[in-house]
Design a protein around this ligand. Structure first.
Ligand SMILES: Cc1cc2nc3c(=O)[nH]c(=O)nc-3n(C[C@H](O)[C@H](O)[C@H](O)COP(=O)(O)OP(=O)(O)OC[C@H]3O[C@@H](n4cnc5c(N)ncnc54)[C@H](O)[C@@H]3O)c2cc1C
Length: 414
């Protein structure tokens, strides 16, 4: 007999696991299907920044409430996710960075954020081992925080299971079944699951699952790389600092260093399909955009990414050149850190949208489909409130937030 659920969630990242958690907590019968393992892709590979700072104003009301979720999550889930409310810092090195930082201040004031502009001296006081020679100040939001990406989504998945959710790993969803323009099930590689509603939280794979339904979701994959050092003989506030490189000292003293400024796009079949829509974004960031023509193009031409079982977990090659450059930047800023050697390094494909905003929507056609994807490189921090909002849309039929800016209609006018 076909197993039946109220909701099937597709994707076990931060959005899918939190949606499953809040739905199961609200009493729904939930199954989460994940083609690889829970937290295999973006949600475990990011920097861990949980920030209101620098966000588009449309995301800020949700993000402010999301900070409340993060503050209480370790108590609620009964386990640590290394949550730290130590702030988010964007170091200013030049006039263009200063202009961008100053431009955020009216937004910060409008929403009552704690964001402030620091002097170089204040930066140095906060980061005692930091050599502030090139620093012209910083944008700083003390109430922002960070958490460990390797821990957060698995903790929500375990929480969902405690409320009765079924988690099916190594189970790729192949298609969303419809009957009379309504969702009625999900075809997986291991058979069919019947359900009334589907949450599509499939990150970088979303456009492929929506295409057969005639819904455009123009996201492109941008590769982000991170390296982890050994324990360094420096002490810094455990916050996320974003400058010439980005870094976060972990509770164990190791430092995650990331290639911060460069967007690295592996050219694939989709680059031609959606590329034109990205021209304005590329134009604004042309100095920091790098393209790579190689194996991913060949693989996409061979149709490898059309099958959800060929790449159980997307695990692209880290950008070693960029990581070496980032290590040199870090060493210039922390001369006392000694030689920087990475113990490990990884990369992740970010699902970028042309306007850098996600799609979060209860679709009308087909009815019963709820999409949350395209989080454009800043979805870890805001993920839990998106998961809770999806649950509200399904359970209460409404969300507490204005989701209009995140509508899929901006790419599907008809
Ligand atoms: C290097 C890097 C740094 C970043 N830094 C930050 C940061 O500091 N702060 C921040 O807020 N965000 C950051 N991000 C972005 C953040 O990680 C993502 O926006 C967020 O994790 C997206 O979560 P998700 O659940 O939508 O997607 P994912 O975590 O990618 O999860 C989607 C899941 O769906 C599964 N799936 C796909 N197709 C199927 C299918 N057909 N069947 C079953 N399962 C399927 C995938 O296997 C995957 O596990 C960063 C990302 C990267 C890569």
């Amino acid at each position: 007999m076909t197993p039946r659920f109220d909701t099937v969630v597709i994707g076990g990242g931060i959005v899918g696991t939190t949606a499953a958690y809040y739905l199961a907590k609200a009493g729904k019968r939930v199954a989460l299907v994940e083609k690889g393992r829970i937290n295999g892709e973006q949600s475990s590979r990011n920097w861990g920044a949980i920030r209101t700072q620098g966000r588009d104003r449309s995301e800020i009301p949700m993000m402010l409430d999301c900070l409340d979720i993060w503050r209480g999550i370790e108590t609620e889930l009964g386990e640590s996710v290394d949550w730290r409310q130590q702030g988010q810092m964007r170091v200013i090195y030049d006039d263009s960075m200063r202009a961008r930082s100053e431009a955020f201040m009216p937004v910060a004031r409008e929403f009552g954020l704690t964001t402030q502009l620091l002097t170089p001296r204040e930066v140095a006081e906060m980061l005692p081992h930091y050599d502030a020679r090139d620093c012209q100040g910083a944008l700083f939001t003390p109430t922002d925080g960070n958490a460990e990406p390797e821990k957060a989504a698995p903790a929500f998945a375990r929480g969902a299971v405690r409320f009765g959710a079924t988690i099916l790993e190594h189970t790729a969803a192949r298609a969303i079944d419809l009957w009379n323009e309504r969702v009625c099930g999900v075809e997986t590689e291991h058979g069919r699951l019947a359900c009334d509603t589907v949450v599509l939280a499939s990150g970088a794979w979303t456009s492929r699952l929506l295409k057969p339904l005639g819904i455009r979701h123009p996201s492109l994959w941008v590769r982000g790389s991170v390296g982890r050092t050994g324990v360094l003989p420096i002490e810094m506030r455990k916050l996320v600092v974003w400058g010439k490189c980005a870094y976060r000292q972990r509770p164990d003293g190791r430092v995650n260093i990331a290639v911060a400024e460069d967007g690295f796009h592996d050219i694939m079949l989709e680059s031609a399909v959606h590329g034109l829509e990205f021209l304005p974004l590329a134009g604004r960031n042309w100095r920091n955009l790098r393209f790579h023509l190689g194996t991913p193009l060949v693989r996409s031409l061979m149709g490898e990414f059309a099958d959800y079982t060929t790449h159980r977990t997307l695990d692209p090659m880290p950008d070693w050149k960029g990581l070496r450059k980032a290590a040199n930047h870090f060493l210039a800023e922390y001369p006392g850190a000694g030689p920087i050697k990475y113990e490990r390094a990884w990369a992740g494909y970010i699902d970028y949208m042309p306007d850098e905003l996600p799609v979060i929507q209860a679709m009308q056609r087909p009815d019963g489909l709820f999409v949350a994807a395209g989080l454009s490189g800043h979805g870890f921090g805001i993920g839990p409130i998106i998961g809770r909002s999806l649950s509200d849309l399904i359970v209460k039929g409404r969300s507490d937030y204005d989701l209009a800016p995140f509508s899929a209609r901006r790419f599907n006018p008809h």
